[in-house]
Every structure is written in structure tokens, then in C-alpha cells.
Write a protein that binds this ligand. Structure first.
Ligand SMILES: Cc1ncc(COP(=O)(O)O)c(C=O)c1O
Length: 350
């Protein structure tokens, strides 16, 4: 939560370590124990000799939390998305993707020969219009969305998208990188949406889980396909034991400490209430400033006040929407949330 920058100790509102598990004693001990037992690295692709028992345990646990038949762990969230999308789609298929979906979902579409069409952000009617006009010309259709959008903090309408996909015989895939551990009682964005059918639930172990790695939770048939076909599984070294061990310990905490998992969203909501912003839907709150220089300047001024809040600029976000991106964690003191809100009020014209 604290970061040393240029010799100064700043309170960070820019870290995705929502539950502060990167430094949790049980998580660190589990990583050390995994190294002691299985070594520092996995030594090879999982298909060769890199498939240590902790990965299997982790997959079982992720599948249980997400309520799917099975799961596949990848080296990272980026590797997951760039592996999953081209494994599921071919030249005769159609991909629909939300315009604000994460860069690595777009990277996945670039690795697929399928036709890709972009729908307006969270605009189910636009996605429906595309499916109504085009679905029949393609073999399979895959709709891609973030569950929680990483730069805006809003959530996808997963229940409506699920119904849309069912009506048009399309697969729905959600990226829950910023949902697991912090919404839906800790189970993520699908749970928060009331558990609608979402057959492909991807995520990362690098944010609320506090470590590193990616995953897909899905049916046993899809997971078998990933483990035998996804290039980022087959041709990449298995996740190191320490990361798997740490993730298992983190998930144990997430499943057993609902009051902890509720905190980041509560802090984000207190911040929004203090500034008169719309209620936060996740621990991520953007304060849109507009011009890139203005965002950089506001970030510098906040640093002078003792807060690290990174400016996010195009091309990461659309032109004209440069912003301060706040990420709230369980460990942020209520006084610091109030103080940073006051600083924003002083620095940014809202
Ligand atoms: C929505 C989303 N998906 C995927 C990723 C990539 O995950 P990883 O950092 O594990 O590669 C990120 C961020 O890093 C993200 O914000």
C-alpha cells in the first residue's frame, strides 16, 4: 500500500493488490513452502514435466469457486486470453468484443482468423443488432467482455449478455481479472450478477489473489481442449510452484473472510460518496480529467500531497478521457480515503 518514489513514501491508490495479499504472512509462507517442496521453477511445459501437484489442486479450487466443471491455469492472464480465444475460434467463426475490453482480449482476437466485430461499451442492443444481422453467416460465435472493466471500474451486464448469447447460440466469455476476491462475496463478477450461465470464465491471479498466473474456468470438454491445444499452455513453461502455492493460500483467505473481501468496494464507495461521484461498482474508480497533460499534472499534485495515483492516458483509454485511476484496497485507512478525496476536490475540477 505504500510505495517509495524518488525517496518519498506515498500511499498508493494505483495497485491492484485489492486485499493486500501480496504481503499476507500465510500467502508468503505458502509460496516459500512450495519452493521448498517443488523448487523455484516448474522446469518445462506442463505437457512435458511442468505439471506439479499444486497446479492440479489450484485448478480444482478455482473450478469449485466459480462453479464450473474444470479449470486450466495459464502462465498469466495475458497468456490466458491470447491462448483461449484462438483455441476456440477459427476462420468460419464470429467474435464480438466490447470496445473497452482489456488489451489482451483484443490481442486474442488478433491471433484468431475469426471475423471480429466490436460493440459499443456495455451496449447489449448493439451486440444484439450485430448478432441478428450476422450470426447466421458464421459457424460459432464468441462474445468477449470484461466482467469488471479495468480502467472504468464498471461491470458488464452479464445476466443480459448471457440471455443474449443463449438466444443467438453464442458462447459468452468474461474476463474477471478485477472481480475475483472483491465482488460477488469474493466469487467475482458472475456471482455478483446473480450467477447467470457464463460458460467461459477467465481471470488472473495477479490482482486480488496477490500473486501471478491466469486461469480459465469452464466445462471439462473446453478445459481438455485448452490443455491439449492452447499454444500458450503447450509451448510455455508451467506456472512456478510458488505462484500456485501462494494462490491456493490466497483463495483460502478469500473463501473464509467475507468481511475482508467486502472492504475494497466499501472504500471505493466512501470515496465516491465524498466526491458526489456515481456509486462505485468495483474497487476501481476513474476520475476523468480529459487532457493527458491535465491528468499528469493532477497526478503530480497528488504525489506532492503524499498519494500515488497514476494518470492513465490514451491509447490505454479513449482520446479525451485521460484520467486518474483509483484502486482501493482493504488496507486503506478510512482517514486516508477521506484525505485523498479532499485532495482530489482541491486539485481537480469535477
Ligand atoms: C481485465 C484484465 N485482463 C487481463 C489482464 C492481464 O492479466 P495478467 O496481469 O495476469 O497478465 C489484466 C491486467 O493485467 C486486466 O486488467
Amino acid at each position: 500500500m505504500h510505495i517509495l518514489r524518488g525517496g518519498r513514501r506515498l500511499i498508493s491508490f494505483s495497485c491492484n493488490d485489492y486485499l493486500n495479499l501480496t504481503h499476507h504472512p500465510a500467502v508468503k509462507s505458502a509460496a516459500i513452502a512450495a519452493i521448498n517442496l517443488y523448487g523455484a521453477g516448474s522446469g518445462a511445459s506442463r505437457l512435458v514435466t511442468g505439471n506439479h501437484p499444486l497446479l492440479v489442486e489450484l485448478e480444482e479450487r478455482l473450478a469449485r469457486i466459480k462453479g464450473t466443471q474444470a479449470a486450466c491455469v495459464f502462465g498469466s492472464g495475458y497468456l490466458a486470453n491470447t491462448g483461449i480465444v484462438p483455441t476456440l475460434t477459427g476462420a468460419k467463426d464470429l467474435i464480438l468484443i466490447d470496445e473497452l475490453a482489456h488489451a489482451c482480449l483484443f490481442a486474442g482476437t488478433q491471433l484468431s482468423p475469426a471475423k471480429t466485430m466490436v460493440f459499443r461499451h456495455n451496449d447489449v442492443a448493439h451486440a444484439e443488432a450485430i448478432l441478428a444481422a450476422s450470426r447466421a453467416q458464421y459457424r460459432h460465435a464468441l462474445l468477449l467482455t470484461d466482467g469488471v472493466f479495468s480502467m472504468d471500474g464498471d461491470r458488464a451486464p452479464l445476466a443480459t449478455l448471457s440471455a443474449l448469447c443463449a438466444a443467438h447460440d453464442a458462447w459468452l466469455m468474461s474476463d474477471d481479472a478485477h472481480g475475483l476476491g472483491v465482488i460477488g462475496g469474493g466469487r467475482g463478477s458472475v456471482a455478483a450478477a446473480g450467477d447467470p450461465p457464463v460458460p467461459l470464465q477467465m481471470g488472473t491471479l495477479s490482482k486480488a489473489i496477490g500473486g501471478y498466473g491466469g486461469y480459465l474456468c469452464a466445462s471439462a470438454a473446453v478445459i481438455d481442449l485448452m490443455k491439449t491445444r492452447a499454444r500458450t499452455v503447450i509451448y510455455s513453461t508451467g506456472l512456478p510452484p510458488a505462484s500456485a502455492g501462494a494462490a491456493l493460500a490466497a483463495l483460502e483467505i478469500i473463501e473464509n473472510e467475507p468481511e475482508l473481501t467486502a472492504k475494497p468496494l466499501a472504500k471505493a464507495r466512501a470515496f465516491c460518496a465524498a466526491l458526489g461521484l456515481p456509486e462505485a461498482q468495483s474497487p476501481i474508480v476513474p476520475v476523468i480529467v480529459g487532457a493527458p497533460e491535465a491528468a499528469l499534472d493532477a497526478s503530480r499534485q497528488l504525489a506532492d500531497t503524499g498519494f500515488l495515483v497514476t494518470a492513465i492516458r490514451p491509447p490505454t483509454v479513449p482520446a479525451g478521457t485521460a484520467r486518474l485511476r483509483f484502486a482501493f484496497t482493504a488496507g486503506h485507512a478510512d482517514e486516508d480515503v477521506a484525505r485523498v478525496a479532499q485532495a482530489v476536490r482541491d486539485i481537480v475540477k469535477l
